[in-house]
Design a protein around this ligand. Structure first.
Ligand code: SF4
Length: 221
């Protein structure tokens, strides 16, 4: 059975508690200080499969070598791969190089801001498109990675299993129904959801005792 539509009062309370917790407890990460689409894209690609602390180490160095997407497009793929060394999952670097040339050749060198155009770029899936639209362009876009999927399922629909694709698409629907009205508020909301999944409601441990949404959560322990 699909999860029932969420009660609007619960949604409002959820957003409010999550937001005030994030303002208090959210980490100051380099990619949260920028809206530059290129820098956001790099952070999102690096964060796939890689821990935040490791990405923080590499992020600044990579951006010093390649300060713009244009510079990546102009470089041989080998150079980009070399700068990615140590981060692993080199398909990301290869895709980034292909993407940079696609953006140069078909978007005048500017990353697009709409989900549909972002999704057409090499290596950009639903999550990354949502992340770039929300975090760089402050669009009102949902995004669901493993952290967000886990939090939403635990709070609102514990029977859903994010590993099943049918359930995952329901989680996306729930994520959309949780979005605030404006793109600017959506930026903070999405960051906060990801942060809750990274710091409080993790895959290994549920810190329900300190969780800002515990009174609304269907999986609280
Ligand atoms: S109350 Fe517990 S299970 Fe629910 S979101 Fe918070 S940490 Fe996760």
């Amino acid at each position: 059975m699909p999860p029932r539509p969420l009660d609007p009062r619960t949604v409002t309370l959820f957003r409010k508690r999550l937001g005030s917790w994030f303002r208090r407890a959210g980490r100051d990460l380099p990619w949260r200080r920028t809206r530059d689409p290129y820098r956001i894209l790099i952070s999102e690609l690096m964060l796939q499969q890689t821990q935040v602390s490791r990405v923080v180490e590499f992020y600044g160095r990579f951006l010093r070598t390649f300060p713009t997407l244009e510079r990546i497009a102009a470089a041989p793929a080998r150079k980009v791969m070399e700068s990615w060394e140590g981060l692993g999952y080199y398909a990301r670097a290869r895709n980034l190089h292909t993407l940079s040339r696609t953006v140069r050749d078909t978007h005048n060198g500017e990353l697009p801001s709409d989900i549909a155009s972002l999704r057409e770029l090499p290596g950009v899936g639903a999550y990354t498109a949502g992340a770039v639209a929300s975090f760089a362009f402050e669009r009102r876009a949902a995004l669901v990675d493993t952290n967000v999927a886990r939090v939403i399922a635990r709070v609102f629909a514990p029977r859903l299993n994010p590993k099943r694709s049918r359930d995952l698409s329901r989680i996306w629907t729930l994520a959309e129904s949780l979005l605030p009205r404006t793109g600017k508020a959506t930026w903070a909301h999405n960051q906060a959801l990801m942060e809750l999944g990274a710091l409080v409601c993790t895959a290994r441990i549920k810190r329900c005792g300190v969780c800002p949404v515990s009174t609304l959560c269907k999986s609280v322990e």
